[in-house]
Design a protein around this ligand. Sequence first.
Ligand code: PA5
Length: 468
Amino acid sequence: MIKLDYTNISQKVIGEQGLDINQAFNDYSIRIQEIITNLNMNKDKPGFWLQWMNLGYREETVWYVKEFAAMVDGRFDNILVLGIGGSSLGGLALSEALLKPWWNLLDKEQRDNFPRIFFLDNIDPDEISGLLNILDLKKTLVNVITKSGSTAETMAQFMIIKDRMHKLLGDDYRKNIVATTDKQTGILRQLANEEGYKTFVVPDDVGGRFSVFSAVGLLPLALVGIDIDEIIRGIKIMDLTLKNTDIRKNIAAQNALIHFLMDTQKGKHISVMMPYSSRLKYFPDWYAQLWAESLGKAYNKNGDRIENAPTPLKAKGATDQYSQMQMFNEGRSDKIITFIRIERFENELTIPNIFEYTGVNYLGGKSINRLMNAEIDAASVTLCDYKRPNLTVILPKINEYYLAQLFYLYEVQTAIAGELYNIDAFSQPAVEHSKDYTYALMDRLGYEESANELREKITKNKEVIGLN
Ligand code: PA5
């Protein structure tokens, strides 16, 4: 199992900036018990948006995903995933971590005959054009993912690519498209029905940012040969562990409480996520969306105006020791830092003993793995010297089983944090607000009134200063 080391948030280590952990666990043990019991009691009830807690047990999804992956095996050179936010970040983060590094640069044999994979999660015209220049669309399977079926960014990407495919392949283009969307509603569902695309379902009551273990994440992963049975095994074991209502035995509850108390009692309003692994470089992106969209809410469940939850900040070790770490140590004391430590990397690399110079010869003969772990220890002790709270999530190694545990742990932690803050963690009103503005500005039917208001807001009081 993965582990959580919270030594460096305790008062014993960082003085007043730290927490009396024992006391905190005692004070909140009953509340945590209630929260975990309620989450598990409500998970099957419609409207609670907790169906993500059941994704580890949906055997039929795994079966359909594997069946489709087997059916298209060998037919495509590329998988192109279209989607944004929760429809993209989980698959991106997991595939980057689980595939061999530099996957898309490897030849077919090195990829064990599995396709390359590309995630298009933006509407940058240069990026899209560049990608279309290098992809042979005839040999590309497009997985378009949108739960609502109408997100402008995703649908715009899809329309551009579908049009090109149609021109290139005639009516056969349909065989190169698989859509993941709501089972009944939305424009993409309607289109898929009319045009006859193969489809997968984003289950009811699973929000985008909690959908990584539905077909949203599992399908792209299976298509490139990632072992989704092992992913399911990882979710199940973590789910079982996190059902424990005793805070002393539940790391999701511990980490949620630590972040909650650090934010509300110690002024730590920024939560830094810093894996010491390049393969985990997109995990902080996934975490940032999960945490920010779930916990950044203006009102609590009683309707009171609030400001809460630490803002997520992405970092990567050891790289950011030479970028942001100076500020983490000596800047404003408003951060709690999470390190992710990999106990065993897949490779062991020895630094050769090739230079005599005393300045660098201490490195010679040692492994670069040891250097990585020295960096993480050095960084966390330095933070403690500056009285900055930090904790470490320890992964025995990077594989499907442990990563599923990690992602599921953070989903549960976020849900528990939502309850501690007494907010609805499963809505995203501000995201919808700006989505609606985009529709209005792009002349979508039904948004005419807000379009006029909006144009006025954009031009009013505008001051643009340029150099002559
Ligand atoms: O977490 C969420 O619900 C959002 O981030 C969505 O994933 C994002 O807005 C994309 O929505 P959709 O899947 O409907 O295109």
